[in-house]
Design a protein around this ligand. Sequence first.
Ligand code: IFG
Length: 550
Amino acid sequence: MVGRAPATWAETAVPAGDAVPAAERSAAELARTAERTAASLLAPPTRLGDVVPAPEQVEPDGTADYLLAADAVIRVSADPAAVAVAGQLAALLRPPTGYPLPVTDTAAPVPAGGIALVLTDETALGAEGYRLDIRPDGVRVAAGTAAGLLHGVQTLRQLLPPTVESATPTTERWVLPGGSILDRPRYPHRGVMLDVARHFFGVTDVLRVIDHLGRYKLNRLHLHLTDDQGWRIAIDSWPRLAAVGGAGAVGDAPGGYYTQADYQRIMAYAADRYVTVIPEVDLPGHTHAALTAYGELAPDGIAPRPYTGTEVGFSYVDPSNERSYDFVADVLGELAALTPGRWLHIGGDEAFKVPAEVYAGFVDRVQRIVAGLGRDVIGWHQIAPAAHVDGRILQWWGTTGADPVTAEAVRRGARLILSPGNHAYLDMKYTSDTPIGHDWAGLIDVRRAYEWDPASHLVGVPAEAVLGVEAPLWTESVTTLAEIEFMLFPRLPAIAERGWSPRKRHDWDTFRERLAGHGPRWARAGIAYHRCPGLPWPQTVPAPRGSTSG
Ligand code: IFG
């Protein structure tokens, strides 16, 4: 039976009226009640408006809270993709609640209450939108696609108490705040770039990063697979690229690479979560690791020794050698066959030693190779001078407010992903005493990651040319998953809100409150986040496990 949860958190300060007089309750239960009371006194229950990224429309109804009970059922449309999302919801809720939460795709009436995931033909919700209704007799997530249902599930997860992040059953009043949410993203591209070339990160770490993306409704993972210090993807037709080019890393860190089976595991995990992976093979610069494996590609024909430093701009494959184009075609051909997403990223940055005309000619040929594979090309904005090809996207990483060359490429049809170095480069230090990271683009605290607007960021670029936002994490000085999490949390949710929420919801003062409230969730989820100054962290937040000091 679904009881009505208390309307305000003050009521939860007093355990719900138990029939059994206190005297007869066991000491252990009294202790548990005391703990629960203490916790609820300190951490007010989540409100409908606490979601990050901020939803488009939120209509709280304080009289309509829903209490998830042990007999709750998850009901879902009988569509395989929707059933899979229901499975992900169950996998999120069963561990912390200890409830069975059976999933049923029968339309037959089941006990009142529970959570329904419903595919509708409500086209207004678009490719990723959802509608969430929380009532005393149950919860309903409606969406036009399974991706929209999953975004609704992530919102539900944030509306349950932070203990929902516990891996083991926790005594809790699983209250959901009553009301309705209508939500859909502002931009289609909302992503993170992980540099696995400077330091290599295995499949398990990458899957954990994909989980972090889903938490904040991000839907793109750009994998920077190749650079001077490492080549990280096995290419069957050029076997020494990974075997030799993947051996090292920055400093004396271990190398590594993804076998094609590893890469496919990442693709499958991402696809199940409606995250599109965008592989990057950086060309013609940032190619020293490839040259150590195949000297024939080097301008002087000699394979150089491995490089473990952190300088940039010194390497390039020889644009005047036809073998370079065989190399590009073979590599991108194998990658395309392994990558369900429609995009291939060809890099293009910092080829300082290649003359402009030669560079543009090289990029033109590589763009045509990508088109020949039936894919769309993305490149760092340095590829702007090359010819436009349909669907071309420039990833802009400047630190100014204007870039005439990029604006001109947009006039020729290019679209933009915005990764401004001084707002979205999460390898930048938070403050000057952050132990890891760079500072060439400036220091980026949470507010700096939040306070910019993609639509008006670049003078001379119309708002409709912007496809979205992406936060690169370069790993010259990032060596572990804990350090990845330290750099991403709490700044990544700020970027996520820039990419998802309507312009009118952009408000630092309320965002910082909502964001700080997520600290207890990250702590329970074992995320090694940075409890940076400047946010109103709730007092109950246990120090993050394994977090980097600083
Ligand atoms: N710029 C280089 C990266 C990396 C970065 C670190 C781009 C596109 C500086 N290129 O950003 O390889 O070194 O912040």
